[in-house]
Design a protein around this ligand. Structure first.
Ligand SMILES: *[C@@H]1O[C@H](CO)[C@@H](O)[C@H](O)[C@H]1NC(C)=O
Length: 442
């Protein structure tokens, strides 16, 4: 197919095929569940049994994105992470964080994993925690879409919605999540102490009393979550009245930004999978960074295998990482001009871009960075749009005949209200008009 013809199709095909794959695979997997003793390995096509949800994570297919490959003359391959049980690449991170914490003893069976996340990581933690006999408590800003907390609660986790404040504020949702884990640990210690005293005949605090106290906390927490004024949320977090405390086995703060389990998940699994699936025949890897875990783990692994494989960052508007990679300084025009308002990034792409260097990102080995605009992401019309824009940029720079790998982090289903909402796009002056890849030409 000529590039010009691929053009109109190119923009939508990626998204459409992703959604089609998603639906097909979900349907076929649903059918297969009628045969409880036989699972189907998507990666190898061989019939193997996967033991439980956790084993169903990873080994995702590497899909040739036909439209973009045909239009660029390169092989553009996307790692189909949206096929993980929790619907995103974050399943890998959630599993690794929990397994390492259980191994180190920082988290115990029956304990609660806490995280401050409005996105896929919360959904993944809520999805996998029960497989380890653990609970999950998520703190999110109250301006996040209500569907997000509904999904997380439907998965059995508890959600605390708080007023959005700066990350430097002690009541930023990430800081509250960290505190909830500490509170749960204190409570666990108190309960252990009280049961020790009980066995010594000294019943200062018996567990029934604690349970009563917790029931009150739970009721108050519910009251406050149901539309209390903004300042109440702050008080709420000060007094530690939170259902995470009803757990007596302690808590563990997942800390996806700084916890290097995130990087290791990709260094130990995603990277090796890409290497095997391409048989080492790839020229470049490109991905955007949210926590930096994916790009760090994959780039480091691939570079160890073959230093000539080029690894690039794809950065959305408003993120400071592009300058960090290309000039060694964290700086964005938007920030310098004091344009940053409520939304930390002037982009409609969620979950990527950041203005600090996380421990995970520090592990990355990069050859350069590209910048993408919202317009390009929208024209690309796919959930993993920014990564696909990056893959095309790399393809254009390297020229035809190269193999470029990127990550299809989640399914477009998660972004219907933005990426696929005509009104929203019109309001932001982002109504797609491209008939081909011309929107990428500088
Ligand atoms: C390493 O990668 C480059 C290009 O990415 C390729 O040309 C070269 O053959 C590879 N080397 C080995 C040893 O596979």
């Amino acid at each position: 197919m000529a590039a010009a013809t691929a053009a109109g199709a190119a923009a939508t095909a990626a998204a459409v095929s992703l959604i089609a794959c998603y639906i097909l695979l979900h349907k076929s997997r649903a059918k297969l569940s009628w045969f409880p003793t036989v699972g189907f390995s998507r990666a190898s096509g061989r019939r193997v049994r996967r033991r439980g949800l956790v084993e169903a994570i990873g080994n995702t297919p590497l899909i040739r994105i036909n439209s973009l490959s045909d239009a660029t003359g390169c092989e553009i391959l996307g790692k189909a992470e949206f096929l993980n049980p929790g619907g995103s690449v974050k399943d890998r991170v959630a599993v690794k964080i929990i397994e390492e914490a259980l191994e180190s003893g920082d988290l115990v069976y029956g304990g609660t994993v806490t995280e401050g996340s409005a996105g896929s990581t919360a959904i993944s933690l809520a999805t996998v925690a029960p497989a380890y006999g653990c609970r999950c408590h998520v703190v999110i800003p109250d301006d996040a879409a209500i569907e997000k907390s509904q999904i997380i609660e439907a998965l059995g986790a508890t959600v605390e919605r708080v007023r959005p404040v700066s990350i430097t504020h002690r009541d930023h949702f990430v800081n509250i999540a960290r505190r909830r884990a500490l509170e749960a640990n204190k409570l666990a210690a108190a309960q252990r102490e009280s049961s020790e005293k009980q066995t010594n005949g000294l019943t200062h605090v018996d567990s029934e009393m604690l349970d009563d106290k917790l029931a009150v906390m739970q009721r108050e927490s519910n009251k406050m979550q149901n539309g209390g004024p903004a300042h109440v949320n702050t008080e709420f977090s000060h007094c530690g009245k939170c259902d995470v405390n009803s757990d007596s086995k302690g808590g563990f703060f997942a800390d996806q930004f700084e916890n290097l389990a995130n990087y290791r998940a990709h260094y130990e699994c995603t990277g090796p999978e890409i290497w095997k699936q391409t048989k080492g025949n790839l020229h470049a890897f490109v991905a955007a960074a949210g926590t930096g875990g994916t790009i760090a783990g994959v780039s480091r692994y691939l570079k160890e295998k073959n230093r000539s494989i080029k690894c690039f960052l794809m950065d959305p508007p408003g993120s400071g990482l592009f300058n960090k990679v290309t000039r060694g300084v964290m700086y964005t025009k938007e920030e310098a001009e004091g344009k940053r308002l409520k939304n930390p990034f002037d982009t409609i792409t969620e979950g990527i871009g950041i203005n600090r260097v996380t421990k995970n990102f520090m592990m990355a080995e990069l050859d350069g960075a590209y910048r993408g605009s919202d317009r390009e992401a929208v024209e690309m019309s796919s959930s993993s749009a920014m990564n696909c824009v990056g893959a095309v940029r790399v393809a254009q720079d390297l020229g035809p005949g190269h193999t470029i790998v990127t990550i299809l982090c989640d399914s477009g289903m998660r972004h219907l209200s933005k990426f696929f909402n005509e009104q929203y796009l019109a309001d932001h002056g982002l109504t797609p008009t491209a008939t081909g890849l011309e929107f990428l030409d500088k």
